[in-house]
Design a protein. Structure first.
Length: 286
């Protein structure tokens, strides 16, 4: 059995860890509220814009001037992986990396696959075995629509020039603090509408379809990427809050077990000392 000093040191170490995880949980909870409000407010706008985009793309003519709905043969695939810059968030980053590797090695096994990473954690792992064109981990230092739009414009240019034939986005979609859903979305080419009811929607285009295509599609694509990053940020804080909550609970259980062990060891030590005193006293009497 470990001596009393060793057990006291372990109790002190576990207590310090528990204080750290508890503080991190509270910080993540505060950040989660702000991130959750941001993505909740943004989703209706982004979803409606995507619906309009898909309806518009369904009616595009070949001479409409848009290259973003060009469903050409897929030989080169670009995967945009959205993770975080920091860890201690449970399986948040590892699930994203696993899905990215599965997509590259299974779904697009016979294609030329490259990556663009948003977040340090995914970049550190993926670059060891795959081609990472750019890493945009600085985006989280100042997450604004304009900064994300610059990344989206780069993606659109790569597709429009034929550098890649398809672009996929992988991110954690926020459901609640305890649940994050690994989601893969096609960024380019623009997905066609799926329901006949939506495809028959009657739109009056003003000033003209060409001008709407020129303005709406880039904005919708930028919004789609921004929503994905916003979802990922909210998911990160939720995952970290949950992970730190579990870590705090585990540290509390371990501390209680160590305290029990310490008390038993202390009691055994006191009992031995009493026995030695009694034994010594009897020896003197005899």
């Amino acid at each position: 059995m470990a001596n009393l000093k060793e057990i006291r040191n372990r109790i002190s170490s576990v207590s310090s860890t528990m204080q750290i995880t508890s503080a991190m949980k509270m910080v993540s909870a505060a950040k989660l509220k702000k991130a959750q409000d941001a993505i909740t407010a943004m989703r209706p706008y982004a979803d409606k814009l995507t619906e309009l985009l898909q309806n518009l793309s369904a009616g595009l003519d070949s001479d409409s001037g848009s290259n973003y709905a060009d469903n050409r043969e897929v030989n080169k695939v670009l995967i945009v992986v959205i993770s975080s810059n920091r860890g201690l968030a449970g399986a948040f980053n590892s699930n994203i990396v696993k899905e990215a590797k599965r997509l590259a090695e299974v779904t697009y096994a016979n294609k030329e696959v490259s990556f663009i990473t948003i977040g340090k954690k995914a970049n550190d792992i993926i670059r060891k075995s795959n081609t990472v064109i750019t890493n945009n981990n600085q985006i989280f230092d100042e997450l604004t629509f304009d900064n994300v739009a610059a990344i989206a414009e780069d993606l659109m240019e790569r597709f429009a020039t034929g550098e890649v034939d398809k672009i996929e986005i992988i991110y954690n979609k926020f459901k609640n603090a305890a649940t994050q859903i690994v989601t893969t979305e096609q960024f380019l080419p623009i997905l066609p509408i799926e329901t006949a009811e939506t495809s028959n929607a009657d739109y009056i285009f003003e000033p003209s379809k060409a001008e709407i295509v020129e303005g709406l599609i880039p904005k919708a694509l930028k919004t789609q990427l921004f929503k994905g990053i916003r979802d990922s940020v909210a998911s990160e804080h939720g995952a970290r809050m949950t992970a730190m909550h579990k870590a705090t609970d585990n540290a509390t259980e371990l501390r209680d077990a160590l305290k029990l062990q310490y008390n038993k060891a202390r009691q055994a030590s006191i009992t031995n000392e009493i026995l030695e005193i009694v034994g010594g006293a009897e020896a003197l009497n005899n």
